[in-house]
Design a protein around this ligand. Structure first.
Ligand code: HEC
Ligand code: HEC
Ligand code: HEC
Ligand code: HEC
Length: 189
């Protein structure tokens, strides 16, 4: 009998201790680390079949996929000179709108991510490290909770605005069809 009492006491202590440390963890847990950028090539695996709308191919063919490269052209050099920028491909004055997640800290960029991809999927849909898994992606709720921005229409004007040295105006109804990549069954193609 005595032995049982000791065992019960030990168990009780263990539970009390676990509860205490859990409570402590709750109050002291650091803010959840931010989602990480993984690069558009990681989305290609699941978003490039013709039956599903070839999102990756459509993006590759869009100007967004060339937004970094374009900064090396003579035209960019000219635009840069007017803005007091010598080297557009290394100046934050240009990169801020011409690459994915420029303002995000370096530790949120995974090794598979490179800013040379230009304005990639994650520039609009959010950093993908936590929503890219099939199980998460299949649930709209889980994906949203993991950082997916499913409807990024409002984000266009974050870059398409008068701060762009080549800005000529932005009308969503005219610009969206040039980059549209909906699932085929969707009506808003
Ligand atoms: C492992 C496969 C997989 C990967 C990798 C993946 N997705 Fe998905 N994604 C899916 C599936 C499955 C759906 C649900 C729709 C469907 O059945 O195709 C989906 C849906 C979406 C949607 C629509 C969400 C909605 O609510 O309408 C967006 C936007 C999206 N994915 C973006 C991305 C982006 C951006 C990446 C890369 C960072 C990515 N996905 C990587 C499988 C994947
Ligand atoms: C506020 C965001 C923003 C900034 C900052 C920005 N750009 Fe752009 N850039 C854009 C957008 C959006 C487009 C495409 C539509 C347009 O011209 O407005 C673009 C297009 C371009 C083009 C292609 C021109 C064309 O007509 O197709 C060049 C070249 C360019 N930018 C160079 C630069 C250079 C050089 C800098 C830095 C001095 C810079 N941009 C800074 C957003 C920006
Ligand atoms: C992170 C900044 C950024 C965001 C967000 C963004 N764009 Fe762009 N967009 C650019 C840049 C930079 C270019 C110019 C690339 C080039 O000329 O190589 C561009 C070019 C384009 C072009 C090609 C213009 C042309 O002259 O053919 C279209 C269309 C376009 N964007 C539509 C959109 C739409 C629609 C959205 C929102 C759903 C959007 N963009 C969001 C930066 C952005
Ligand atoms: C310039 C911003 C932008 C970029 C870059 C971009 N998307 Fe989108 N994406 C959108 C917008 C806007 C929608 C439309 C959302 C809506 O109306 O439901 C969308 C819709 C989608 C959908 C849902 C289609 C549907 O029928 O519901 C998928 C999947 C998707 N994008 C995947 C991708 C992938 C993968 C990439 C990169 C290869 C990518 N997107 C790049 C802005 C972007």
């Amino acid at each position: 009998m005595k032995r049982i009492a000791v065992i019960l006491m030990v168990i009780g202590l263990v539970i009390a201790f676990a509860a205490m440390s859990m409570a402590q963890e709750k109050t002291e847990a650091p803010a959840k680390a931010s989602h990480k950028f993984i690069g558009s090539a990681k989305c290609k695996i699941c978003h490039n079949s013709p039956a599903k709308g070839e999102q990756f191919k459509k993006w590759t063919e869009s100007k967004h996929a060339k937004a970094f490269e374009v900064l090396a052209t003579p035209e960019a050099k000219e635009v840069g000179t007017k803005a007091g920028v010598d080297s557009p491909q290394t100046s934050e004055k240009c990169l801020v709108c011409h690459v994915t997640g420029f303002a995000a800290p370096a530790e949120t960029k995974e090794a598979t991510f490179a800013q040379t991809e230009g304005v990639g999927c994650e520039a609009c849909h959010g950093a993908g490290s936590d929503y890219k898994d099939m199980k998460v992606m299949k649930s709209k709720e889980a994906a949203a909770a993991a950082g997916l921005v499913a409807n990024p229409e409002k984000g266009c004007v974050g870059c398409h605005n008068e701060k762009s040295p080549t800005f000529k105006g932005f009308k969503f109804e005219e610009m969206w069809p040039k980059i549209a990549h909906m699932f085929p069954e969707a009506k808003t193609q």
